[in-house]
Structure formats: C-alpha cells, structure tokens
Design a binder for this molecule. Structure first.
Ligand code: PBG
Length: 336
C-alpha cells in the first residue's frame, strides 16, 4: 500500500519509533507464524524400529511405520496440525504399471492407517503421483518414451481412492497431469468420501530444487529424462494462474505453489487473484541449502529458518509444507 496522503513527513514521521523495542515491534507486526501454519512431510520405509538419515537433507530421516505414532504424538504436542506421508518404496515393488500405488497395504497406506489410529486429531495428507512406484521414476505411466496423461489419471484415481479408504484427510495430487482433480473428486463423491479434501499441487514447477527429495524416496536413480512435459516452466507466471483456476473449477479445496522461496511472487499473485486456502512447499533443495550453509557457519540457522517461513505468510500463504516443521514449532513455542 502506498503511503497515506495523511501521513506526516520527517521529522513528524519517524518510522523508527515503532521499532524501538521488541514489544512495540510485536504490536505492529503484520504477519505471524505459528505451529498451526506448518505441514510436516515425513518419509517412511519398511523395516522395524529404524530410522535412516538422508545425507542430502541433514537432520531428516526415513522412518519405519512403528515409529510413526511417536512422530504423530510429537506433532500433536507441538501444535502441528498435519503430517504428509512420502514412501521410500522397495525397488523390487516398482513396475511399469505402478500397481503398488493403489495396493491397500502399500507403505503409504499402512502409514496413514497407523497415524490415524494413534492420533486421530492429526490431519494426514498424502501425495498422489506415481513416481515412488514407477520403474521409470516418472509421475506418470511411460510408454514409448512418452508420459501418458489419461492412463495416468486412471491410475491416480485408484491411488486416491485407496488413500481415502485407509483414512487420509487431504489428498495432494502432485503429478501435474491434466484432468486429475475432476477425476479424483468424482470418485471421492461416488464412494462416500465427500469429506476428504484435495490440496492440489496446482503450480508445480520443473525444478532443480527437488534433488534431495528424489534421493529420499529412492527415485533419483530410477528417473530417466526430465519432467518438463508435465511440470511447469519456471519462466511462467500467467500459466500458474490458469492452473489454479482450472484446479479450483475441477473441485480442488486448496492449492499449492511449489517450490516455495524462488516462487514467492506466484504465491502472492495466487492469493490476490483467488482468495482460496493457499499453501507453499518449501522443498527439499531449499531445506538442504539453508541447512548446508548453517552447518558451515555461513548463516544463522534459526534466524534463516524463521525468516524463510514468515516470508510465505507475508506472500499470502495460509501455511507451508516444510521439513523444518518440528524444529520451527519448537522454536516458536519457546518464544511465546
Ligand atoms: C512427487 C513429488 C516430488 C516432490 C513432492 N512430490 C518430486 C518431483 O516431482 O520430482 C518434491 C518435494 C521436495 O523436493 O521436497 N511427484
């Protein structure tokens, strides 16, 4: 907003008056970050009572399912409302048709059931895309070197239905196929899951910042080629608005922009143009960047963590998916 016509000029107007001490800064602060704004992405793997650190994401591990109740309790205790599950699928279960994606007992579905049984208050979000189950590492079914749209949507519908059946609260289609939101919404309505919501990864860019995530879910070595025929060109902004409008018209309840920090302009534009619940994903590469610099002593970790997260609120987001979720929540609670 421009300076008001009624605003005095210097020396009557001294903006530093409102920065003189912490309490007055607290009073005039425009945006706040609380644990309620955070969605915690958690990687799960097979096995028992184990955690496996992900080297490109310092501080983050894959967890076995028996450890999830403790993580859910931790989230609940910290006031984090939502956990998002990402599976590290055994390479032997990856196929061309990605059938493991809708196996009612796949890793992700077992994780959802476990969290909902342990801590029903925790909202469980899922990822809908075929990459953890695909022998090609792509989000869609590949034939003759092409990512097939309509066949993939049929698979995504089965995947979404299986997640709803085991108790997922929010489905997160991250695949960028056309027509998937309408198809998933329609099966949910038909099968009695009208309260299951969809947070669409509407504006998902073909980004280099997903590298560490692909290590975490074991998709790096599987991936052949790139995702440029379905994920968006980082040069585009109008297109993101078209994707959001399209997904809302097909029944998305909430939308996401991904990655986060390099796309804050898209977050602001989305909130201004649509006024719907808007989330950003502070992706693995953003997390890795900040962690690596902090580990080298080049940045103050706590300060840049909180600064990077409040930026999403300032840009208009209602919340953010972040690997910092428990760490940030702890710091935020300690400051109250
Ligand atoms: C899968 C998916 C990806 C991420 C979330 N869901 C990777 C990709 O599209 O290649 C990235 C998350 C992150 O980097 O933290 N469709």
């Amino acid at each position: 907003m421009a300076r008001s016509e009624n605003q005095a000029s210097f020396p009557a107007y001294r903006p530093r008056r409102l920065r003189t001490q912490p309490t007055i800064r607290d009073m005039v602060r425009e945006n706040t970050l609380t644990p309620m704004d955070l969605i915690w992405p958690v990687f799960v793997m097979d096995g028992q009572d184990a955690a496996q650190p992900i080297s490109s994401m310092p501080g983050i591990s894959r967890h076995t399912i028996d450890r999830l109740p403790a993580l859910a309790a931790q989230a609940h205790g910290l006031g984090i409302p939502c956990i998002c599950i990402f599976p590290y699928t055994n390479p032997g279960l990856k196929t061309q048709d990605c059938a493991e994606a809708w196996n009612p007992d796949n890793l992700s579905n077992r994780a959802i059931r476990t969290i909902k049984a342990a801590t029903p208050e925790i909202i469980v979000m899922t990822d809908i895309a075929l990459d953890p189950y695909n022998i090609n590492g792509h989000d869609g079914i590949v034939r003759g070197g092409k990512i097939l749209n309509d066949e993939t949507v049929e698979a995504l519908v089965k995947m979404g239905e299986s997640q709803a059946q085991v108790g997922a609260n929010i489905l997160g289609p991250s695949d960028m196929m056309d027509g998937r939101i309408a198809a998933i919404r329609s099966i949910l309505e038909k099968k009695g899951f009208s309260d299951v919501s969809i947070l669409s990864y509407s504006a998902k860019y073909a980004s280099g910042f997903y590298g560490p995530f692909r290590d975490a879910v074991g998709a790096t070595s599987a991936l052949t080629g790139d995702k440029n025929t379905y994920q968006m060109d980082p040069a585009n902004s109008d297109e993101a608005m078209r994707m959001i409008a399209r997904d809302l018209s097909e029944g998305a309840d909430m939308v996401m922009i991904k990655p986060g920090m390099p796309y804050l302009d898209i977050c602001r534009r989305a909130k201004t143009e649509f006024q719907v619940p808007t989330f950003a994903y502070q992706v693995s590469g953003e997390y890795a960047m900040l962690k690596a610099a902090a580990q080298n002593g080049w940045l103050n970790e706590e300060q840049v963590m909180l600064e990077s997260l409040i930026a999403f609120k300032r840009a208009g987001c209602d919340g953010v998916l972040t690997y910092f979720a428990p760490q940030a929540a702890e710091v935020l609670l300690s400051k109250i």
